[in-house]
Design a protein around this ligand. Structure first.
Ligand code: MGD
Ligand code: SF4
Length: 729
C-alpha cells in the first residue's frame, strides 16, 4: 500500500443534501433591505487585491457585500467575484471538521477528529521530524493572509522555509527585474499611475478579463480622458478591443519587440535625456546593445509590421513621461521572464516614467509596529542555500524548488504545511511530483476552506472558516494613500471551522511554544497595533477603513536627487547584479520553441467571474461562468475538423489529455494558438459543482521553462492539439 494514497473526502464527511445551487429561491421573501439590517467591515478575499468592503446582513442572514467608499483598492465598488463572497460562505461543500488520514480495513480513509486530536497528531509528528531529521525540515506553502500565523509557528519551531506560488508561478520575474533595475519591485497593489497616463502599453496583460478592481477603474478613467492604449497580445483580448493599436504578436517573441522599441527610442533620439542623465546608469551599453535590433529585424521574429513598431514607439515617446509600459502581473511565461520584465523596466526608464505622474507612483504604507513577541531561533541550516542556491538573486522561496527537495528518502524536507494553495492545479505539470512528495514526506498538513485536489494528499486537513467569519491581520499595503482596513467576522465560524491564527496558536502550545502567541484572542493584537497609530479596534470596527497622511512625496520632484537601492544608486539599465552572477546584464532575445506539426501554443488567462481554481465551486460565480471553453481560430478549426460549440479534449505531445472542453471558434486568436481560462477541470468529487467541468491547463503543461534568474516556472511553452471525443480511447 502507498504511504499516502490520494484520498477523496467522501460525501459522508461533507455536507449532506442537494448539490449547491445559486443562492436565493427568494421569490416568496420580502424585498431585500426591508428587514433588520446590520453591517460589518471586511476585506474581500476572493482574490489578492484585498478590497475593503461592507457585509450587509438582514435579519441575521447574509444579504450583500459592497465596496467601501473610502478604500483606494476598490473606490467603492467590488468586482463580480467580490460580490460573490457570500457564495464562498454559504457553499455547502465547504470543509466542516478536522480530518485525519487513518489506515485500516485494507485501505486508507479520512476520519473526522476533534481539534485536540488533530493538534496532538501534528505536534507529535513535528517533534518526531525534529528528532530524526532536524527542526528545520518543514516547509510552508502559503497563499493568503493566514499563512503568516503558520510561518510564525514554524519559525518558533525552527523551520524558516516558505514559498508562495505568487512568486515562482506569478510575479517573481517582475519583482526581481524591477528590483534589479530600480532597487524595488512593483508591489501589490501595483504602483501604476494609470489614472494620469496619456499612453498605456499592455504586454500580455489582459486587464478587464484579469480583474484587479481599482486597476480596471483607473484604466477606464485613462481611456475616458483620451489616453492611447497599445495592446500586445496574440489574442484579441477585451483590452485589445479598446486599443488604438493591437499588435498580435507571435507567442513568446515579446523581448524582440521590446528591444526594437528601445532601438527606436535610442536611434530616433526619443528618450528622456534629462531623466536618463540624472537617474540612470548603463545607457551607453544599452544603446550599443540594441543597435542590431531594429523593427525590420523584429518583424522576422514577431510577425509585427515594422511601421507599427515605429509608430507605437513614437506614440509612447510623445506622451512621456505620462506613459506606462505596464509591468504585467502573472509573468512566468517562457523562461526568459526576468529578462522580458527587465526590458519593460528599461523602456519605462527611457521614457522617464518611474516616479512621475502617469507612470509609477512612489508607494507608502502605514508605519504599523509588529506586536511584540520573542525572536524565533536561528534555523539549524541555510535552507535557501541547500534548496535554491542556484538562484542567488532570489530572496524568497521558490515553490517548485521546495517541491523538488521534498521527493525521495534523502530529500531535505520531511514535512509540509500547505495553507490556502491548491498545489496540483497551481504548480504546472507537477501532480506526479506532488504525489511522489506525498510518498516521502513524514507529515502533510493542509489548511483550506474547501476540499481541493491537495487535500487528497494530506495526513491532516484543518478546515478554516471563510473570511466573513474571522479576523485577519490588518490590511496595510504600500500604496498611493497609506490606508488600514479591517477584516472582522460578520458571523461566527460555521460547523467546526476555525481561523488560522487559532490553529497556529493551538499547535504552538502543543509544542511548548505558546510564548510566541502571547494573546488569547487575535483581537488583542489588532487593537494593540491600532493603538500605536492613534486608532483602536473599536474605531476600525465602526469605520472599516482609515486613511493616513503621506509622509513622503508621491512623485519625484523636478531635479530632486534620488538614491535608488541598487549597487550604483542609479536606475540600472545595465544590471551589475546580473553580470555578477553570470546572467545577461542587458536583455537578450532567444526565439521560443515552436509547436510540432498539428499542435498549437497553449495560451491561458483569467475571467472576470473567477479567481484561479478557488471560486469555481462558488454557487454564485459558477452560475455566471460554469465552464471554460477553448478558443480556436477558424482556420485551425477547419484543419482539425471541429465546430463551434462542440466538445473536444486537449492533448499535449506526451499524450496527456484534458477533461472535455467546448470549442469556441473565433477570429480573436492567432491561428497558431488556442486559449482557455485557467482554474477549471477540478477532479475532487466533493466540489460538486466544479468537479469535471472544463479543462485544467496546468495538467497539460509538458514543457515548463525555468527562468534562470528566479527559478519561476514558464508556463506558456506547452502545446496541445484537439482530439474529438470519438477519438478518445
Ligand atoms: P487558488 O487556486 O486561488 O490559488 O494558485 P493557488 O495559490 O492555488 O486557491 C488555492 C486554495 O485556497 C483553494 O483550494 C481554496 O479553496 C483555498 N482557499 C480559498 N480561501 C481560503 C481561506 O480563506 N483560507 C484557506 N485556508 N484556504 C482558502 C494561484 C497561482 O496559480 C497563481 S497566484 C498564479 S498567478 C498562477 N496562475 C496559473 C495559471 O494561470 N495557469 C496555470 N496553469 N497555473 C497557474 N498557477 C499559478
Ligand atoms: Fe475582491 Fe474583486 Fe477586489 Fe479581488 S478585485 S479583492 S475579488 S473585489
Amino acid at each position: 500500500m502507498n504511504r499516502r494514497e490520494f484520498l477523496k473526502i467522501s460525501a459522508a464527511l461533507g455536507a449532506a443534501g442537494a448539490v449547491p445551487t445559486l443562492l436565493g429561491g427568494c421569490a416568496s421573501k420580502p424585498l431585500p433591505g426591508t428587514g433588520r439590517v446590520t453591517t460589518s467591515p471586511t476585506v474581500c478575499n476572493m482574490c489578492f487585491w484585498q478590497c475593503a468592503a461592507t457585509l450587509y446582513q438582514e435579519d441575521d442572514r447574509p444579504w450583500k457585500v459592497v465596496g467601501h467608499p473610502d478604500d483606494p483598492h476598490c473606490e467603492g465598488r467590488l468586482c463580480t467575484r467580490g460580490t460573490g463572497g457570500i457564495g464562498a460562505f454559504l457553499d455547502p461543500d465547504r470543509l466542516r471538521q478536522p480530518l485525519l488520514r487513518v489506515t485500516g480495513g485494507g485501505g486508507q480513509r479520512f476520519k473526522p477528529v476533534s481539534w485536540d486530536e488533530a493538534f496532538d497528531f501534528v505536534a507529535d509528528k513535528m517533534e518526531a521530524i525534529g528528532e530524526k531529521h532536524g527542526r528545520d525540515r518543514i516547509a510552508l506553502f502559503s497563499h493568503g493572509d493566514g499563512g503568516s500565523h503558520f510561518s510564525r509557528m514554524l519559525q518558533a519551531f525552527g523551520s524558516h522555509a516558505y514559498a508562495h506560488p505568487s512568486f515562482a508561478q506569478c510575479r517573481g520575474p517582475r519583482e526581481t527585474a524591477f528590483g534589479l533595475t530600480y532597487g524595488e519591485g512593483v508591489g501589490s497593489p501595483d504602483r501604476t499611475d494609470m489614472a494620469n497616463s496619456r499612453c498605456i502599453v499592455l504586454i500580455g496583460s489582459h486587464i478587464g478579463e484579469n480583474l484587479h478592481n481599482s486597476q480596471v477603474q483607473t484604466l477606464t478613467r485613462a481611456l475616458d480622458q483620451g489616453a492611447t492604449l497599445i495592446t500586445v497580445d496574440p489574442r484579441f483580448s477585451v483590452a485589445a478591443s479598446k486599443s488604438r493599436h493591437w499588435l498580435p504578436i507571435k507567442p513568446g517573441t515579446d523581448i524582440a519587440l521590446l528591444l526594437a522599441w528601445t532601438n527606436v527610442l535610442v536611434n530616433e533620439d526619443l528618450y528622456d535625456h534629462d531623466y536618463v542623465a540624472q537617474h540612470c546608469a548603463g545607457f551607453e551599453q544599452l544603446a550599443q546593445h540594441v543597435q542590431p535590433f531594429n523593427p525590420e529585424w523584429a518583424y522576422l521574429e514577431t510577425g509585427l509590421d515594422p511601421a507599427s513598431i515605429r509608430e507605437t514607439a513614437r506614440a509612447m515617446a510623445q506622451a512621456a513621461p505620462a506613459t506606462l509600459v505596464h509591468p504585467g502581473r502573472h509573468t512566468t511565461w517562457y523562461g526568459d521572464d526576468t529578462q522580458r520584465c527587465r526590458a519593460i523596466a528599461i523602456l519605462n526608464a527611457l521614457l522617464g516614467s518611474w516616479g512621475r505622474p502617469g507612470g509609477f507612483y512612489i508607494q507608502e504604507k502605514v508605519d504599523l509596529p509588529e506586536y511584540p513577541t520573542p525572536k524565533p531561533p536561528k534555523p539549524a541550516s541555510d535552507w535557501k542555500a541547500t534548496v535554491q542556491g542556484d538562484y542567488p538573486l532570489v530572496g524568497t522561496g521558490i515553490s517548485n524548488k521546495l517541491l523538488e527537495h521534498s521527493v525521495g528518502d534523502d530529500a531535505f524536507f520531511k514535512g509540509w504545511f500547505v495553507y490556502a494553495t491548491n498545489l496540483p492545479m497551481t504548480l504546472p505539470g507537477a501532480t506526479e511530483q506532488i504525489a511522489a512528495a506525498a510518498q516521502s514526506l513524514d507529515l502533510m498538513v493542509v489548511v483550506d476552506t474547501m476540499p481541493a485536489e491537495i487535500t487528497g494528499f494530506a495526513d491532516v486537513v484543518l478546515p478554516e472558516c471563510t473570511y466573513l467569519e474571522r479576523y485577519d491581520d490588518l490590511r496595510n499595503k504600500p500604496e498611493r494613500t497609506p490606508t488600514l482596513a479591517l477584516r472582522m467576522p460578520a458571523f461566527g465560524p460555521s460547523h467546526q471551522t476555525k481561523p488560522a491564527w487559532w490553529m497556529a496558536k493551538g499547535i504552538a502550545e502543543r509544542l511548548g511554544l505558546g510564548e510566541y502567541f502571547p494573546w488569547q484572542d487575535y483581537r488583542e493584537v489588532i487593537d494593540w497595533q491600532l493603538r500605536q497609530v492613534g486608532s483602536s479596534l473599536l474605531e476600525m470596527e465602526q469605520r472599516g477603513v482609515k486613511r493616513f497622511p503621506r509622509k513622503t512625496a508621491i512623485y519625484f520632484e523636478q531635479g530632486e536627487p534620488v538614491r535608488f537601492n541598487t549597487p550604483s544608486g542609479k536606475i540600472e539599465l545595465y544590471s551589475s547584479l546580473l553580470a555578477d552572477v553570470g546572467q545577461d546584464p542587458l536583455p537578450r532575445y532567444a526565439p521560443p520553441d515552436r509547436p510540432p506539426v498539428g499542435y498549437y501554443h497553449l495560451n491561458y488567462g483569467r475571467s472576470p467571474a473567477h479567481t484561479f481554481g478557488r471560486t469555481i465551486n462558488n454557487p454564485q460565480l459558477f452560475e455566471l461562468m460554469p465552464e471554460n471553453v477553448v478558443w480556436v481560430h477558424p482556420a485551425a478549426a477547419a484543419k482539425l475538423g471541429v465546430a463551434n460549440g462542440e466538445y473536444v479534449q486537449l492533448e499535449n505531445p506526451v499524450g496527456t489529455r484534458s477533461n472535455r472542453v467546448r470549442v469556441r471558434v473565433t477570429q480573436r486568436i492567432r491561428p497558431d494558438s488556442v486559449f482557455m481560462v485557467h482554474g477549471f477541470g477540478h477532479t475532487d468529487e466533493r466540489q460538486r459543482l466544479a468537479r469535471g467541468v472544463g479543462a485544467d491547463d496546468a495538467a497539460l503543461m509538458h514543457n515548463v521553462k525555468l527562468d534562470p534568474v528566479t527559478g519561476g516556472t514558464g508556463m506558456r511553452a506547452s502545446f496541445v492539439t484537439l482530439v474529438k471525443p470519438s477519438e478518445v480511447s
